[in-house]
Write a protein that binds this ligand. Structure first.
Ligand SMILES: [Zn+2]
Length: 239
């Protein structure tokens, strides 16, 4: 049985970058943790690899229209959570590939944000059915080492404020592969729900559309041993 850590696992975080695939991933999977870290003064940067532009059941709309709506919703959710900056890498939803271009886009953001810690999807969890989630996590991990090497895409290092080697901690979310950090999020759950409900196109019935997430967070709490609502992470040993 694994030993669980709580919020103290994140004590050293000052600047956090979160690499997700779609505009509502961060909010639903780690929105409570982000709210707690922002309260503590952590600067948070959000990266969405795709535009979320197939995220609709309305076959009569267009992908650019969906993308515009979802970018606006992501900005509103970021304001609610206190996220400093939302970056969209502009890839098409449902077609994300962890290729060299995506790796370089993410590495550039590791450098320019001066982030010390990364949260991303666990690309190795066998239960991850969404290919974009696997690709975002894989590309985020693949960008980690090159971002520390001065000869990798050196033009990025000439940008103002670019940092070589600031990033030094990695935690994976959306994983059932022996998570070992459980964050109790009940105290900030209203904020998490408000940020999720900013994604009106995804959750048109408000709270009712988010019952699955509340059940997931309750299950996570049970998994971690008697926490009301929890978000789970897996610490990755990196250097
Ligand atoms: Zn997603």
């Amino acid at each position: 049985m694994s030993e669980w850590s709580g919020l103290e696992a994140f004590d050293d975080i000052e600047r956090l970058i979160i690499v997700a695939a779609h505009p509502d991933d961060l909010e639903t999977l780690c929105g409570g943790t982000v709210a707690l870290l922002v309260q503590r003064g952590v600067s948070v940067f959000s990266v969405n690899c795709t535009l979320g532009d197939i995220g609709t059941q309305d076959a009569a709309t267009t992908r650019p229209a969906v993308a515009t709506t979802r970018l606006q919703e992501a900005e509103e959710a970021a304001r609610i959570l206190g996220i400093e900056q939302v970056a969209s890498l502009g890839h098409h939803d449902g077609e994300l590939v962890a290729d060299l271009e995506l790796r370089a886009q993410i590495a550039r953001l590791y450098r320019s944000t001066q982030a010390d810690t990364l949260f991303t999807f666990d690309p190795y969890w066998a239960g991850q059915i969404h290919p974009d989630h696997r690709a975002a996590g894989q590309a985020a991990l693949d960008a980690y080492m090159p971002s520390k090497m001065p000869l990798y895409r050196p033009e990025q290092l000439r940008e103002p404020g670019a940092c070589l080697g600031c990033l030094k901690r990695v935690f994976l979310f959306s994983t059932a592969r022996e998570p070992d950090v459980a964050i109790e999020v009940a105290a900030v759950y209203d904020t998490k729900l408000a940020a999720c409900m900013a994604h009106r196109s995804q959750f048109p019935k408000g709270l009712e559309s988010l019952e699955w997430m509340q059940s997931m967070d309750e299950r996570n709490g049970e998994t971690a041993g008697g926490i009301a609502r929890a978000e789970l992470f897996k610490r990755m040993e990196v250097w």
